[in-house]
Ligand binder design. Structure first.
Ligand code: HEC
Length: 188
């Protein structure tokens, strides 16, 4: 109960959208060389939805066709999730990952079951660290392969990641909120 009240108070403070962007700074684990550390508990973040990518489609990390269909699970760091749901604005320090999961070969009509986790990509919103990047978003990846994933990632070039988010999601802060059922907000 105490936690609930504290959470509500925090959210009440940040109910104005502009406040969410400027006043808050959620902690993100960066290193002195500018690389970011892979979050160690991302599967305990809020899973906002799953997308199925058919076999043969291109994976955005390595630009190669995928040998089996892959599920993509999207997880949002819980404080960023709470603030976004309350305000509609992604706060400074937002972290979102998408994790790829390979599937077992299945014939048409068969159930598509998962075989193993197979890669992790991340975006971070950081107004101070990425003053000129579109949407103040930095894009990272920790490999497209079975675990273990890389422990750190350097910032990826704009052409590889941001360009597509800019082209397709400019009306939603460059984050595909409308793809994820768990990010649907009540319109007031
Ligand atoms: C060809 C277009 C395209 C490229 C290139 C691309 N993305 Fe995305 N990205 C998308 C789409 C579409 C979604 C929504 C996916 C879904 O429905 O699950 C997405 C979702 C994401 C998400 C989850 C948050 C969100 O916006 O839904 C992250 C994190 C992400 N991408 C990171 C990356 C990274 C890192 C790269 C570069 C390695 C990258 N993206 C390159 C199109 C792209």
């Amino acid at each position: 109960m105490k936690r609930l009240i504290a959470g509500a108070a925090v959210l009440a403070c940040f109910s104005a959208a502009s406040m969410a962007e400027e006043a808050i700074k959620l902690p993100v684990s960066f290193n002195a060389d500018g690389t970011v550390n892979r979050p160690l508990n991302h599967r305990q973040w809020v899973n906002v939805g799953t997308t199925l990518i058919p076999q043969g489609e291109i994976n955005i990390i390595d630009n190669l066709p995928i040998p089996t269909s892959e599920y993509i699970d999207t997880y949002v760091e819980p404080m960023a999730f709470a603030i976004y749901m309350a305000t509609g604005t992604w706060p400074n320090g937002t972290q979102i990952v998408k994790e790829f999961t390979a599937t077992k070969q299945a014939d048409a009509g068969e159930v598509l079951t998962e075989s193993h986790y197979n890669g992790l990509a991340m975006l971070v919103k950081d107004v101070q660290r990425f003053p000129t990047e579109t949407g103040h978003l930095g894009y990272f990846n920790f490999g497209h392969h079975a675990e273990p994933y890389e422990a750190t990632s350097k910032l990826l070039p704009r052409e590889q990641c941001s360009a597509c988010h800019e082209a397709l999601a400019s009306d939603q802060q460059y984050i595909f909120g409308d793809h994820h059922i768990g990010l649907a907000r009540q319109q007031n």
